[in-house]
Design a protein around this ligand. Structure first.
Ligand SMILES: Nc1ncnc2c1ncn2[C@@H]1O[C@H](COP(=O)(O)OP(=O)(O)O)[C@@H](O)[C@H]1O
Ligand SMILES: [Mg+2]
Length: 256
């Protein structure tokens, strides 16, 4: 990351995401309340909490799908809260996003699905031809490049979604329950990939209810409850009070 800063980069902590006393209400309902947090470049952060805790609100504010009522949000040094509408698409594209139901385009092949993310930002054809195979290779799915989503497994589909999310080299990867629809073994494969992507320098923010994954990874764990940040631990663990409350399993951020 930030190669232009050069030699000293790794000695400087760069704040990638910062919330300062952020509150978002939906009428009477509290989305998040007075949340302050800093996430440094290169971190891997789990966001946990029961249903209705405010996890989706937290992420939607970052993507500027919602506006905060109070407080400030910074992303990679720039103020998200005062972003002009014209700059919002570019802001969103600077983050890679993977969600629970991968939403690949059914009529495009694996290759085309990943290429599409580059086409929409007018990447030259040559760069697409070079970059897409690299990404497919990284997520271990090169052999399926010419297949359609319906012809590959769910786990493979999630790999394609991951490749698509990182193909434009985002500073941050946001993953909402990326293992939510996968069997445990496939879920672990996706986790290994996320860890690998994080190792390459991408900051990862992952919403999850998987106790096993949180406990095994030994990463930073941020817990929210009733809109408030209640726990923030390095090498944290999943706690019983983070469990979803039953009826609505995390419905996924992107059901908007
Ligand atoms: N569009 C909305 N209108 C009214 N209340 C909402 C809306 N979206 C979320 N909320 C409320 O905000 C709180 C936090 O929701 P959310 O961020 O979706 O939680 P989580 O993702 O942790 O399940 C909940 O009480 C929820 O009912
Ligand atoms: Mg949610």
């Amino acid at each position: 990351m930030s190669p232009s800063i050069g030699y000293f980069t790794r000695y400087i902590e760069i704040t990638m995401i910062e919330y300062k006393n952020v509150t978002k209400k939906y009428g009477e309902n509290i989305g998040i309340e007075d949340v302050s947090i800093r996430i440094e470049e290169g971190e891997f952060v789990f966001l946990v909490g029961p249903s209705g805790a405010g996890k989706s609100t937290f992420v939607k504010l970052l993507l500027k799908l919602l506006d905060a009522d109070e407080g400030e949000i910074f992303f990679n040094g720039s103020d998200v809260t005062s972003l002009k509408s014209i700059d919002i698409p570019k802001h969103r594209r600077s983050m890679g996003i993977v969600f629970q139901d991968f939403s690949l385009l059914p009529k495009k092949t694996v290759f085309e699905n990943v290429a599409f993310a580059m086409e929409i930002i007018q990447t030259p054809r040559r760069a697409i031809k070079r970059q897409v195979p690299r990404m497919l290779d990284l997520v271990g799915i090169s052999a399926e490049a010419n297949k359609y989503p319906s012809q590959i497994s769910i786990g493979e589909q999630q790999r394609v979604a991951l490749a698509r999310a990182i193909v434009n080299n985002p500073a941050v990867l946001i993953a909402d329950e990326p293992t939510g629809n996968l069997d445990p073994e496939t879920g672990w494969e996706i986790m290994r990939l996320l860890a690998q992507i994080n190792k390459r320098g991408t900051t990862v923010l992952m919403v999850t209810h998987s106790k096993e994954i949180v406990n095994a990874m030994g990463k930073r764990v941020v817990a929210i409850r009733d809109g408030r940040l209640v726990r923030d631990e390095q090498s944290g663990m999943y706690h019983p009070e983070d469990e979803p409350t039953g009826t609505d399993e995390d419905e996924g951020l992107f059901k908007l």
